[in-house]
Design a binder for this molecule. Structure first.
Ligand code: SF4
Ligand code: SF4
Length: 91
C-alpha cells in the first residue's frame, strides 16, 4: 500500500491537503501538534491514487507520499534515487 507520511509537527494546519485531496484521504486530527494546530490524519489511505497533489500543495513540506513500487525497490536495496536516474535518462 502507498505510504503517506505526515510530519505532524511541521504542519501549520492550513487544511489545504484535507480540502484538495481528490480521494478525501485526510481528515483533521483531534489532537493539537506542537504549533497548536490540528494536523491532518490519514483516514482513507487505501483510496490514495498516488497523484502527489498533497505533497505539492503543502506549504510546509509536511507530507511525503511513497508509491508502492518505490517501497518495493527499497526492499531490494534500491530507492528513489534509482528511479530518478531512470526518469532523467528517459527525458
Ligand atoms: S497522493 Fe493524491 S490521492 Fe494520495 S493522499 Fe495525496 S492528494 Fe490524496
Ligand atoms: S497542507 Fe501541510 S501545512 Fe496544510 S494542513 Fe496539510 S499537512 Fe498541514
Amino acid at each position: 500500500m502507498t505510504d503517506i507520511h505526515v510530519d505532524e509537527d511541521l504542519c501549520k494546519g492550513c487544511g489545504l491537503c484535507v480540502l484538495f485531496c481528490p480521494q478525501k484521504v485526510f481528515e483533521p486530527s483531534e489532537e493539537l501538534n506542537k504549533k497548536g494546530v490540528f494536523p491532518p490524519k490519514v483516514v482513507r489511505g487505501d483510496q490514495c491514487v498516488e497523484c502527489r497533489l498533497c505533497e505539492l500543495i503543502c506549504p510546509d513540506f509536511a507530507i511525503s507520499v511513497t508509491k508502492d513500487e518505490e517501497l518495493e525497490e527499497d526492499t531490494h536495496g534500491h530507492g528513489k534515487s534509482q528511479e530518478r536516474v531512470r526518469a532523467q535518462s528517459a527525458v
